[in-house]
Design a protein around this ligand. Structure first.
Ligand SMILES: [Zn+2]
Length: 247
C-alpha cells in the first residue's frame, strides 16, 4: 500500500467471518479484510489503494474500485466456503484419509444419523452415495449448521466426513435437521460426481432434486443449547419408515 502512495494506513487486519468483506475503521487508518484477500492480485490492491485514498466509497472512482473488489471470483468462493464450512478440497488433498474428528454425539444419536442418512440416500439420492461416509455431530460449530469435507485418496474423490451441528438434535429443529443433512449430502453427491465444491450450478441441481433449500445459507432461526457447555443427548424420534431401516 505504501508503494501505491497510501500513507494513512496503519494496520491491516484479516478476518474470517462472513460479514466482513472489507471495512475501513479508526479514521481510515485500519483496513479490515476477509482473509480471502491475503492472496489478492495487484489490481485488487490498486482498488483498495483508491478506496483508502478517497476515505471510503464517496467518489465514482472509489465505487468502481469497490465493485471490482466485490466481483473478485476468489472472494465469492471463500464466502461460500465459510457459510457452509470446510468445503475446500485442498484442506485434505493428501494421499491418506484425514483422521476422523471426534463426534460429540451419543451412541443413540449416531445410530439415528446413520439411519437417516441411509434412508435419504435410498429415497432421495437414488443410492448414489457410499454407505460408509463418516457422519458425526459437532459442538464446535457456532453459526454453521454443517459441513461436508471432501478428500482425494490415490486420485479418487472421497467424502472425508459429513458433520452436523449438535444443536440440530434439539427439539424444534426437525425441519432444519433434515434440510441441513440433505444440503451436506448434496455437497457429497456434487463432489463425487462433478468434483465441485461450493454452491454452484451442479450443487443447486442436486439440492432441487433432493428437496432442500438450494441456497448457501439457511434463513430460519435454529434452536440452540442455552449454554455452549451443555450436552445435547436427545435422539429425535425416527418416522416409522426410517425405523424399519435401522440396523
Ligand atoms: Zn453448503
Amino acid at each position: 500500500m505504501r508503494r501505491r502512495g497510501v500513507v494513512r494506513l496503519r494496520r491491516v487486519v484479516f478476518r474470517r467471518n462472513r460479514s466482513t468483506i472489507w471495512s475501513l475503521t479508526r479514521g481510515g487508518s485500519a483496513l479490515n479484510l476477509h482473509e480471502a484477500f491475503r492472496s489478492a492480485p495487484a489490481p485488487l490492491l490498486d482498488a483498495f489503494a483508491v478506496i483508502i485514498q478517497e476515505r471510503g466509497v464517496g467518489s465514482a472512482a472509489a465505487r468502481r474500485a469497490s465493485a471490482r473488489i466485490r466481483s473478485w471470483p476468489e472472494l465469492k468462493r471463500a464466502l461460500d466456503a465459510a457459510r457452509c464450512g470446510g468445503v475446500d478440497a485442498a484442506v485434505c488433498g493428501g494421499e491418506t484419509p484425514p483422521a476422523p474428528a471426534r463426534c460429540c454425539g451419543t451412541e443413540g444419536q449416531r445410530r439415528y444419523l446413520r439411519a437417516l442418512y441411509r434412508y435419504l440416500n435410498a429415497t432421495r439420492f437414488g443410492g448414489v452415495l457410499p454407505d460408509g461416509v463418516p457422519l458425526r455431530l459437532s459442538r464446535q460449530m457456532r453459526s454453521r449448521l454443517g459441513h461436508m469435507l471432501p478428500a482425494r485418496l490415490r486420485g479418487q474423490r472421497r467424502v472425508a466426513e459429513i458433520a452436523l451441528n449438535v444443536d440440530l438434535m434439539l427439539e424444534g429443529n426437525g425441519a432444519e435437521r433434515l434440510d441441513t443433512l440433505l444440503h451436506e449430502m448434496a455437497h457429497a453427491a456434487d463432489f463425487l460426481q462433478h468434483g465441485s465444491v461450493g454452491h454452484g450450478a451442479t450443487w443447486k441441481a442436486w439440492a432441487r432434486r433432493v428437496g432442500c433449500v438450494p441456497e448457501a445459507t439457511y434463513r430460519r432461526p435454529v434452536q440452540t443449547r442455552k449454554r455452549r457447555r451443555d450436552a445435547v443427548t436427545r435422539v429425535p424420534p425416527l418416522p416409522p419408515a426410517l425405523a424399519r431401516l435401522r440396523d
